[in-house]
Design a protein around this ligand. Structure first.
Ligand SMILES: NC(=O)C1=CN([C@@H]2O[C@H](COP(=O)(O)OP(=O)(O)OC[C@H]3O[C@@H](n4cnc5c(N)ncnc54)[C@H](OP(=O)(O)O)[C@@H]3O)[C@@H](O)[C@H]2O)C=CC1
Ligand SMILES: C[C@H]1O[C@H](OP(=O)(O)OP(=O)(O)OC[C@H]2O[C@@H](n3cnc4c(=O)[nH]c(N)nc43)[C@H](O)[C@@H]2O)[C@@H](O)[C@@H](O)C1=O
Length: 364
C-alpha cells in the first residue's frame, strides 16, 4: 500500500474499524475514505455498486458486519446470516468489478468446530460441527473466506482473510443484551459498584449515555433499581450487591486489544498476499486464512474476578445457568502469525484497565 493510496475502511466507526483508522493515520496513510451505515447500507447491492464505481478505492478493509454476543447471535439468527452474507458479497464483488488491488476480509474464530483440537490451527476449518449459538454468523464468515479464495483463484484477485479471536477496546458495544462478554462485564460491574455505593449520579450518567431500555435517569430510584435487577445487578436487604454472570463461568475465552488487532491487520495488508497463503504445489487450495490472537485464554469466572478487582467492586457474582455457555474453549493457534513476525503487545490486565478508563471517560 502506498501512503497516498485510496483506502476504504468499511465499518470505520466500529470497535475494529475505528482502531484501524487510527493505525492507518499513524502509519502515514493520507487518503482514507469511509461511509457511515446511514450513508451507505452495505447490504444494498445497488448502493454499494454506485459507491465503488464512484470512489474506486485501491485497498479495502472489510471491518463492517453485523456483530454481537452469544445471546444476540442465538436470537437474531436470520439477521446475522443475511446481513453478513449481503455485506461481504456486495463488497467483495464490487471490489472485483472495480479492480481493487487488495482487500482484507475480517472473519472470526467462531468458524472453527465446537470441539476443535486446541489451540485451533487454520487447518481445522470445516473438520466438524459448529457451535449452535453462533452457527449462522459462523457460516457467513466461512462463506466470506471461500468467497475471497474463489475470486482469487478464478479472477486472480488478491483478497486476504483474517480470523480474529474475541476483541475489546474503545468504541465497543456496551449494550447489556447484545454485546460480547468483556464490555458487558465492565458495564455491569461498574454499575454494581455504583449501586453498592448508592452512587445514583454515576448510574444516571451511565443510563443517560448508554440508555438501558425502559429507564430514564429521572425515573424514581425504585424504577431504576428494577431495571438494574432486570440486567442482573441487584442489592439484597443487607446491602450486598450481586452481579449476574451468564452461564457457568467455566468457558475459556481469549481477548485481543482492538489496537493490537488493527496493528496486525495493517501489518498483514502490507506484508502478506494471497499467493503467500499456500504452497505452490498445492492441488486443492483451501484454509488460506490466518488467525489473529494472543494465544492465551482465561475462564469467564476468572475474567469477572479480574474486572471486579480492577474496578474495585466488593459484591458477589451469580452464575446464571439458564444463559448459554457456548463453546467451552476456542484458543487460537497464532503460530502462523507469530512466524510472520507479529505478536500482540497489550496483555489482558492492562487492556481491562485501558477499556475501563476509556469507559469512564465516556460516562462520567
Ligand atoms: N468484536 C469482536 O469480538 C470480534 C469481531 N470480529 C469481526 O471484526 C469485524 C469488526 O467487528 P467489530 O468492530 O467488533 O463490530 P462493530 O459492530 O463494532 O462495528 C461494525 C461496523 O459495521 C457497521 N455496519 C454494520 N452493518 C452495516 C451495514 N449493513 N452497512 C454499513 N455498515 C454496517 C456498523 O455501523 P453501525 O453500528 O452504525 O450499524 C459498525 O460501524 C467484523 O467483521 C466482526 O465479525 C471478529 C471476531 C471478534
Ligand atoms: C467473538 C465471538 O463472540 C461470540 O461468541 P462468544 O465468545 O461465545 O460470545 P460472548 O462474548 O457473548 O460470550 C462469551 C462467554 O461469556 C459468557 N458471559 C457471561 N456473562 C456474559 C454477559 O453479560 N454478556 C455476554 N455477552 N456473555 C457473557 C457467555 O455466556 C459465554 O460463555 C460469537 O457470538 C461471535 O460474535 C464471535 O465471533
Amino acid at each position: 500500500m502506498e501512503k497516498n493510496s485510496k483506502i476504504y475502511v468499511a465499518g470505520h466507526r466500529g470497535l475494529v474499524g475505528s482502531a484501524l483508522v487510527l493505525k492507518l493515520k499513524e502509519s502515514g496513510y493520507t487518503n482514507l475514505i469511509f461511509r457511515t451505515h446511514a450513508e451507505l447500507d452495505l447490504t444494498n447491492t445497488e448502493a454499494v455498486a454506485g459507491f465503488f464505481a464512484k470512489e474506486k478505492p485501491d485497498y479495502v478493509f472489510l471491518a463492517a458486519a453485523k456483530v454481537g454476543g452469544i445471546v444476540a447471535n442465538n436470537t437474531y439468527r436470520a439477521d446475522f446470516i443475511y446481513a453478513n452474507l449481503m455485506i461481504q458479497n456486495n463488497v467483495v464483488h464490487q471490489s472485483y468489478l472495480n479492480k481493487v488491488k487488495k482487500l482484507m476480509f475480517l472473519g472470526s474464530t467462531c468458524i472453527y468446530p465446537k470441539s476443535c483440537p486446541q489451540p485451533m490451527d487454520e487447518s481445522y476449518l470445516l473438520t466438524d460441527v459448529l457451535e449452535y449459538t453462533n452457527e449462522p454468523y459462523a457460516i457467513a464468515k466461512i462463506a466470506g473466506i471461500k468467497l475471497c479464495e474463489s475470486y482469487n483463484l478464478q479472477y486472480g484477485t488478491n483478497y486476504i482473510s483474517v480470523m480474529p479471536t474475541n476483541l475489546y477496546g474503545p468504541n465497543d458495544n456496551f449494550d447489556l443484551e447484545k454485546s460480547h462478554v468483556l464490555p458487558a462485564l465492565i458495564r455491569k460491574i461498574h454499575l454494581g459498584k455504583a449501586l453498592e455505593q448508592n452512587d445514583w449520579a454515576t448510574i444516571d450518567k451511565d443510563l443517560a449515555n448508554l440508555p438501558i431500555e425502559g429507564v430514564s435517569s429521572n425515573d424514581s430510584i425504585v424504577d431504576k433499581t428494577a431495571i438494574l435487577n432486570k440486567y442482573g445487578i441487584s442489592k439484597n436487604d443487607s446491602g450486598e450487591v450481586t452481579v449476574e454472570i451468564w452461564g457457568s463461568g467455566k468457558p475459556m475465552r481469549e481477548f485481543l486489544w482492538s489496537e493490537d488487532m488493527a496493528d496486525a491487520c495493517v501489518f498483514l495488508m502490507e506484508n502478506r498476499d494471497f499467493v503467500d497463503t499456500y504452497s505452490s504445489d498445492s492441488k486443492e487450495i483451501r484454509n488460506t486464512h490466518i488467525n489473529i490472537g494472543t494465544g492465551k485464554d482465561i475462564s469467564i469466572h476468572d475474567l469477572a474476578n479480574t474486572i471486579k478487582e480492577k474496578i474495585g467492586f466488593n459484591g458477589s457474582f451469580y452464575f446464571n445457568a439458564n444463559k448459554p455457555d457456548g463453546t467451552l474453549k476456542k484458543l487460537t493457534s497464532v503460530k502462523k502469525l507469530n512466524a510472520l513476525g507479529w505478536k500482540h503487545k497489550i496483555e489482558l490486565e492492562e487492556g481491562i484497565l485501558n477499556i475501563y478508563n476509556w469507559y469512564l471517560s465516556k460516562n462520567s
